[in-house]
Design a protein around this ligand. Structure first.
Ligand code: TEU
Ligand code: CA
Length: 545
């Protein structure tokens, strides 16, 4: 793989602007709020921010429905605020990676409005229209991600348009070269403002072939990404991260192989979908299985061993809080939060921290559907309850896996509304902010923040963490996650107990190591051999030089 690139030794931090910091008391986080917290991120040591969308939007999906790609939503600030964010971040060694949402626009975008107004407008063909079926119904039964049919009837046009997420998010027609040119021009406009790159929303959907029924990883996908690269990214020192829920180990290098001229890395979810492979399993979650989980990570480490690059994460704005999902958000919250961070951050790839993860924020427990805000949760509630699921059962599932878990406001202090806002937040603050907040955690030398800070620093300092090979151990052990990194005669052994009980671990000969303890969430260990007893959620890493 390529080496020596800034994003290979950097750690990313995702900000969901609506929930990060509200500077003016309207209950909605904003760009001036982000600027006011940049020192927190500088102290953490991150190299870039992935900023979830801040563009003008009616906010049907909190900004993943863009109505003006060249402006900032008024509730988030202005273009001047944005430019100030870029320069204030730069002054702290942090780049701003923007979210690029171009599989679909908002239905309020002027392109879509022009398309509705006239079938002869050039923008009409920027969207995907089909005739009704013989019975007047939609062309097929495809369902939108957020509930309801994917096809939407427009009487004035006399056709259906495609919205595979929601009717407010009409899919763009990438087959149209004029649309593609508009998108590339817009990307260059942002790149010229000095941003650090793009995280590309559902990028694997843009090459779809509707008539063949292919949405994901369609026949035009790589042709379009290569064209995008030529027209916008080539010759610029920026980071590109492609989000995909469908990419597989077999197709991954098509996006980020060194000679492809496409993207730098993928943001893929195989460790999530491994447990959501049945209809409804998001709302009726399947039990965790460490063996399966480990094998997914081992596969992806292997796929990217010589080419391409991984992103490393357990959390984002679409997923539950990782300490609640994979750790223990009660008795062992601090230990398990550190354990998860250690396992993820010492793999090969670029780690991403989701806001609040660095202090071990947890899932929220809502009791009533009125407390939820997420378009996906609300859409599926209607759909599942109509299909016979009880509201209680749905809410129980949403409390475990729903997207609002990650979207409750960032917990800065123990004060009212967690110091997020002086007003009424757009979504309720997690009541546990009196205990879990930045001020408390950072005040503790054994806090979770300090553990993350150290991991980020280690990655910046040690090439073995960035470039070392990855070898997994204990593949059949249901409780222990263990791997070895190796680079030019150096060895780094990483071991963790993924359970709330003590476990005995017979260290395989080839993993045995002694040297310096780089990080530990319990008493430091400098030797690894024979039979050891790991404390609940214990994790450590030993470097042998
Ligand atoms: O998510 C991609 C996506 O496919 C989601 O619908 C995902 O399946 C779901 O969130 C899992 O619960 C991206 C964005 O990250 C998400 O926030 C947007 O809602 C979506 O695209 C549409 O833009
Ligand atoms: Ca605000």
């Amino acid at each position: 793989a390529k080496t020596g690139l800034w994003w290979q030794s950097a750690t990313g931090y995702q900000i969901y602007p609506r929930s990060f910091c509200d500077s003016n008391g309207d209950g909605v986080g904003d760009i001036p709020g982000i600027i006011s917290k940049l020192d927190h991120l500088r102290d953490l040591g991150i190299g870039f921010i992935w900023l979830s969308p801040v563009y003008t939007s009616p906010m049907a999906d909190n900004g993943y429905d863009i109505s003006d790609y060249r402006n900032i939503a008024p509730e988030f600030g202005t273009l001047e605020d944005f430019d100030r964010l870029v320069s204030e971040a730069k002054a702290r060694g942090i780049r701003i990676v923007m979210d690029l949402v171009v599989n679909h626009s908002s239905s309020e975008h002027h392109w879509f409005q022009a398309a509705l107004a006239s079938r002869s407008a050039p923008e009409y063909d920027f969207y995907i229209w089909r005739d009704a079926a013989a019975d007047g119904g939609p062309p097929n039964d495809d369902q939108a991600s957020f509930g309801g049919p994917a096809w939407n009837w427009v009487p004035e046009v006399g056709k259906y348009y495609l919205g595979i997420f929601s009717p407010e998010q009409p899919d763009l027609n990438w087959q149209n070269p004029a649309l593609r040119a508009e998108i590339y021009e817009m990307m260059n406009w942002w790149l010229d403002r000095g941003i650090g790159g793009f995280r590309m929303d559902v990028i694997s959907l843009i090459g779809k072939d509707i008539d063949a029924g292919i949405y994901e990883e369609g026949p035009y996908l790589h042709e379009f990404i290569q064209e995008m690269h030529r027209e916008t990214l080539a010759g610029r020192d920026v980071l590109t991260v492609g989000e995909s829920w469908s990419v597989s180990p077999e197709t991954a290098l098509l996006y980020c192989g060194r000679d492809r001229g496409e993207l730098d890395m993928l943001f893929q979810f195989n460790h999530v979908t491994a447990f959501q492979d049945e209809v409804d399993s998001k709302w009726k979650p399947k039990p965790f299985d460490l063996k399966r989980f480990k094998s997914v990570f081992a596969t992806w480490q292997e796929v990217m061993a010589e080419d391409g690059w991984n992103s490393l994460f357990l959390s984002n704005h679409d997923l539950p809080r990782q300490v609640s999902k994979y750790g223990d958000d009660k008795t062992f919250r601090v230990a398990s939060a550190k354990m998860l961070a250690t396992i993820i951050h010492l793999m090969k790839g670029t780690p991403f921290i989701y806001q609040g993860e660095e202090i071990g924020m947890t899932n929220v427990k809502f009791g009533r559907i009125e407390q939820f805000r997420d378009v996906e949760t609300l859409g599926h509630y209607v759909k599942r309850v109509a299909a016979g699921m009880t509201p209680e059962a749905f809410i129980a599932g949403a409390n475990i896996n729903g997207r609002d878990n990650a979207r409750t406001p960032m917990q800065w202090t123990a004060e009212a509304q967690a110091g997020f806002t002086t007003g009424t937040p757009w979504i309720e603050v997690n009541p546990n902010h009196d205990e879990i907040n930045v001020a408390t955690d950072r005040g503790d030398p054994n806090g979770i923040f300090e553990n993350y800070r150290k991991l980020i620093e280690l990655r910046r300092d040690l090439p073995i963490i960035v470039y070392g090979s990855y070898l997994s151990f204990a593949e059949d052990d249901p409780a222990v996650f263990a791997y070895l990194r190796e680079l030019e005669g150096q060895r780094l052994a990483v071991v963790a107990n993924f359970t709330a009980a003590p476990v005995e671990f017979d260290v395989p000969q080839a993993l045995a190591t002694d040297g310096v303890c780089l990080i530990a969430n319990d008493a430091p260990r400098t030797a690894l051999s024979g039979r050891i007893t790991l404390k609940p959620y214990e994790a450590f890493a030993i470097l042998q030089i």
